[in-house]
Design a protein around this ligand. Structure first.
Ligand code: FAD
Length: 347
């Protein structure tokens, strides 16, 4: 007897939804991705910085989460073998803290847990980033870290999933889960009901709403972060650069991308923040670049209480799976592969 492929509905066309859809399609499922917007990656993924590596944090701050990232990073070479060249924007990260001690501590801690990182002196930093006006005395150099364009990677994954028979339906909002007893039978959407053998919630911060409707209090919350895309005359930096609290990198489409903390005053502080960043960039780089703001947003990052992924088959509801994790660009290939295996085993 030939069994039909199980139909799995994936809610959300961000990096997580795209990655899980591709993994499920590879495993033989009939996949339907539902995305509320007219295009993919319109949530946190659209405004993600796309740093894939570990160099920006001290391992001792959250050892378990750090180890998970190290494991997840190994997944990217396999991803590239299957998908083809990934949309890299930069290779290698140069990081320095507020003072030399901070930078030395970063290097010592990262080396102790096996990260390839070395301490660079000013002359070596100047070679790596000639346009820095005043390079710091020391910086940490992480040659294996890289930057990837998150929107392009999401599209690449969805295209690959579609190549394996998956369907992606845009402008479709999932309003609630269709539940009978303790079994999830599908979803109710703005385009009508859709039945499924399994439903995967990969819709970022919005999983909270769909789950609260069925009595589940997901430990997910939103944390804003700020991203800017600046047009510049020339390529002004070559690598990922983390100058204390300011992160900058080349944009694959030209110009630079900046990530920074969201202002404490909220939206009212955005204009002042843009000006501050512009001034800092013009001081940081020589010759001072001409900068035209192409886009900016304070985006809502889906975070999980406790810092580890919310990757769950819910115990009180069958056929329902949730996947939310931070940082999602780094973790999605690894977690989506594991999740797809579990989902297929459970159907
Ligand atoms: C400024 C900034 C910098 C960051 N830097 C990094 C970094 O350097 N490295 C890194 O790894 N991570 C980084 N992150 C975090 C990373 O971007 C997120 O973890 C990741 O994008 C989350 O992806 P997601 O698919 O879970 O959620 P999202 O991208 O939010 O996708 C959810 C999707 O679901 C859709 N959706 C929601 N509700 C519904 C519904 N009811 N029906 C249908 N569709 C729905 C949304 O429209 C959206 O497309 C950064 C984030 C920000 C904002």
């Amino acid at each position: 007897m030939i069994h039909p492929a199980p139909k799995v509905v994936v809610v959300g066309g961000g990096i997580m939804g795209a990655c899980i859809a591709w993994n499920l399609a590879k495993a033989g499922a009939k996949v339907l991705v539902l995305e509320q917007h007219a295009e993919p990656a319109k949530g946190a993924t659209q405004w993600s910085y796309g740093w894939v590596g570990t160099a920006s944090v001290l391992p001792s701050e959250a050892p378990q989460a750090f180890a998970l990232k190290q494991t997840a990073l190994r997944e990217f070479s396999a991803l590239e073998k299957e998908l083809g060249t990934l949309p890299y924007a930069a290779y290698g990260a140069l990081v320095w803290g507020e003072n030399d001690e901070e930078t030395h501590q970063l290097v010592a801690e990262q080396q102790a847990v096996g990260v390839s990182m070395s301490l660079m002196d000013q002359a070596a930093i100047r070679q790596l980033e000639p346009s820095l006006t005043t390079p710091p005395r020391y910086a940490a150099w992480a040659p294996d870290d890289f930057a990837i364009e998150p929107i392009m990677l999401t599209q690449q994954l969805l295209d690959a999933a579609k190549g394996l028979g998956a369907e992606v339906r845009y402008n479709t909002v999932v309003e609630r889960l269709l539940v009978q007893g303790d079994t999830v039978l599908g979803v109710t959407t703005t385009q009508g009901d859709i039945s499924a053998q399994a439903v995967v919630l990969a819709n970022g911060v919005a999983v909270k709403t769909l789950l609260s409707d069925v009595g589940v209090d997901a430990p997910v919350y939103e944390a804003p972060a700020f991203l800017m895309r600046w047009q510049t005359d020339d390529a002004v930096v070559r690598h990922l650069v983390c100058a204390n609290d300011l992160e900058l990198r080349p944009d694959l489409q030209g110009g630079i991308v900046i990530a920074t903390d969201y202002p404490e005053e909220g939206e009212a502080g955005l204009e002042a923040l843009v000006q501050t960043v512009k001034t800092r960039l013009q001081q940081l780089l020589t010759p001072a670049p001409s900068l035209e703001l192409r886009g900016m947003a304070g985006a809502r990052r889906p975070l999980v209480k406790g810092g580890m992924p919310y990757r769950k088959k819910l115990s009180n509801l069958t056929n329902l799976y949730t996947l939310v994790a931070h940082p999602g660009i780094i973790l999605s290939p690894y977690l989506a592969r594991l999740s797809a295996q579990e989902i297929m085993d459970g159907i």
